[in-house]
Design a protein around this ligand. Structure first.
Ligand code: ADP
Length: 639
């Protein structure tokens, strides 16, 4: 190690250098040796200048060489230096670069540089810190710039200092760095801050509102917060403003709300529609059903989807009454028969609606249901109880038939009528002519009786026709009067006696009461009895005709009613059972060739109907005689 002469000043300087932690190196230009004057930059060794170069970072070496040369040749007397120095100069392992800053001076002897003395400070740590601060501020800058929230900084006076990317975008900045409008508008004058921020001591402020800045073509829904930053002495340093554009979220929210409202409305409409449909189905006695081949079920619903009854498909056929019907038979193979729409009308057992125990006429509409690949899933449709319809149809059919028959009868009646009227008139005219030529009193009496009988017949006929036509107009006057019916019956019986003229026929009376005071339309009752007896006379040629009556109590509509029962029993032709139900129909005659209009009994029936009574015939058949009877409630006739 080369020893230098130490001066006191030098010693003081060394001490100062030691305190400040600096290195002092010397390059001896004569020997080209570098050594430490102070510190351990050279690790206490004397090193040749060339070796010294290897201590320097390769990037700094040229600069270092130039610096040495300029001081050596006297170009520079003093020079600043900054080099990276390897503190791990062993030739092995990783270099340990230290930043050495300092200044070098050339030491002259006889006007020639002999030494270069360099004072160096290791500033690695300081630089490192500076770099770290730089990096940190870079990082903060990057965070600020790339934040997903718009941010800007304002000076305490309210002037824009910086705005990040998002903020520039939200505010439609002119360029990436500046904006004419916002750089000229003071924060404290801007809506809505002008109303809420105190210039002297602003406080935190948060708002979420629609921001409109027409000058910037801005219309956004922002979440804004203002955060003034104070130093430890409560002095306002910056004002930070953050803005979050929530327009999209808000629009989305509004859309969701709108959709919700629409859905709600739609749901309500569907509900109403369902209710209407259910009501319609119920009002028209319809119900829905569905067959699922996959689930192997046939379900009948109440309304649209409440299952009323469920069957498996094997039970399906058994629901129907007519097992021979083509549709019912085809149900044994549902996946085939259900492929096409169908309508079935037929009878079903009362298995679906338990309210009825009778078989029901139903109409079933069937629509196939396929999936998107055309695979048959089953079928669905509506079914309807058409019992009433079928009954009405049946009734209509019967009425049409009756009208047809009645039409035929009417024409027959008209044809008969000529004959019916002509016969008694011929008799009257003929016998009246004969009368003048007769001399014997007995003969005259006989002819007069014949004329009288024919007149009666004609009168009855005309009466019947008049009554029938008034009945056709819906008129039937019933005039009950107080009468001793026993007495009236006896008189009527006697007046009818002359009509029973056949020698082998006995006219028998059955009057059980000596007197019977009742209120009854005696004329009408007499008309009925006369009709019964006239008919009996016509068809009885042997035996008897018995005419009788009695009071009899019957139950009508749950009430016990006292009534008058009259009957006429004969041993005549009788009536075959198949004609009995129609015997009281108008114009009905068992034998069209027998005299008569077919009106008498229908008039009797109209009377009993008007009195809420009953009428009927009992006959065991052809040649077995018959009993015609009528019952009318006395209270009803009294009314
Ligand atoms: P008609 O004027 O033709 O007798 P009715 O209405 O009185 O009309 O009788 C209808 C039909 O009922 C008669 O045509 C007859 O065939 C049958 N009939 C009525 N009474 C008797 C009876 N007592 N015995 C047998 N048949 C009768």
């Amino acid at each position: 190690m080369k020893m230098n002469i130490m001066f006191d000043e030098q010693q003081v300087m060394m001490m100062a250098l030691t305190i400040s932690g600096n290195h002092v190196m010397c390059l001896d230009l004569k020997d080209n040796i570098v050594y430490d004057l102070h510190g351990k930059a050279m690790f206490g060794n004397n090193v040749g200048i060339e070796e010294c170069y290897t201590y320097i970072h390769p990037d700094d070496r040229d600069k270092f060489r130039t610096f040495i040369e300029r001081l050596s040749n006297g170009t520079d007397k003093v020079a600043d230096c900054h080099y990276r120095w390897d503190y791990n100069y062993t030739g092995k392992g990783k270099p340990d670069w230290h930043d050495m800053y300092g200044r070098a001076i050339a030491e002259y002897e006889d006007g020639k540089p002999v030494n270069i003395i360099a004072t160096l400070t290791d500033e690695t740590e300081v630089k490192q810190k500076e770099r770290e601060v730089e990096q940190l501020s870079e990082r903060y800058k990057s965070i600020f710039e790339n934040s997903i929230i718009g941010m800007s900084f304002y000076s305490p006076e309210g002037w824009l200092i910086d705005a990040n990317r998002i903020m520039r975008k939200i505010c439609h900045f002119d360029s990436d760095t500046s904006d004419e409008f916002f750089s000229k508008v003071n924060l404290f004058d801007m809506m809505p801050f002008n109303e809420v921020l105190d210039r002297v001591h602003p406080e935190d402020y948060w708002a979420c509102s629609l921001s409109i800045v027409p000058e910037r073509n801005m219309r956004v829904f922002l979440e804004i917060s203002v955060h003034p930053i104070y130093d430890e002495n409560d002095k306002l340093m910056y004002i930070s403003v953050t803005a979050n554009d929530v327009t999209e979220e808000r629009n989305m929210y509004l859309n969701v709300m709108e959709n919700d409202a629409r859905m709600k409305k739609m749901n309500e409409a569907i509900k109403n529609y369902e209710a209407e449909l259910r009501y319609m189905l119920e009002a028209s006695k319809m119900q829905t059903w569905r067959i699922s081949l996959e689930r192997d079920t046939l379900e009948f619903y109440n309304g649209l989807n409440t299952v009323a009854r469920s069957f498996n498909l094997r039970q399906m056929q058994k629901i129907f009454v007519d097992q021979e019907h083509e549709f019912v038979k085809a149900l044994s193979n549902p996946s085939e028969v259900l492929k096409k729409p169908l309508v079935y009308v037929g009878q079903m057992y009362p298995v679906v609606t338990q309210s009825s125990t009778e078989n029901q006429w139903v109409q079933i509409n069937c629509i196939p249901e396929f999936d998107e690949h055309g695979k048959l899933l089953g079928a669905f449709g509506v079914w309807r109880n058409i019992n009433d319809l079928m009954c009405k149809q049946d009734q209509l059919r019967k009425e049409t038939m009756r009208a047809k028959e009645s039409g035929q009868m009417k024409s027959l009646f008209l044809a008969n009528m000529t004959h019916e009227i002509r016969t008694p008139i011929n008799a009257i005219v003929g016998f009246t002519e004969v009368l003048s030529s007769l001399t014997g009193e007995e003969e005259k009496k006989e002819v007069i009786q014949i004329v009288k009988n024919n007149c009666d017949m004609l009168l009855r006929l005309i009466n019947d026709i008049l009554t029938a036509s008034s009945l056709e107009l819906g008129q039937m006057d019933i005039k009950p009067v107080e009468v001793d019916f026993s007495k009236a019956f006896n008189e009527l019986f006697e007046s009818l006696r002359p009509r029973v003229q056949e020698p082998g026929v006995e006219f028998v009376k059955d009057n059980p009461y000596a007197a019977l005071p009742i209120k009854v339309d005696v004329d009408r009752v007499s008309q009925v009895i006369t009709n019964f007896v006239t008919n009996a006379v016509k068809y009885t040629h042997q035996g008897h005709i018995k005419l009788g009556y009695r009071t009899e109590t019957r139950t009508v509509g749950g009430k016990q009613l006292e009534g008058l029962y009259v009957y006429c029993e004969d041993t005549g032709d009788g009536i075959v059972p198949e004609s009995q139900p129609r015997i009281f129909d108008r114009f009905f005659k068992v034998d069209d060739f027998v005299q008569g209009t077919g009106l008498g009994l229908s008039i009797c029936k109209a009377f009993t109907d008007a009195c809420h009574g009953d009428i009927g015939v009992i006959s065991e058949g052809k040649g077995k005689g018959s009993v015609f009877w009528m019952w009318i409630p006395l209270s009803a006739s009294s009314q």
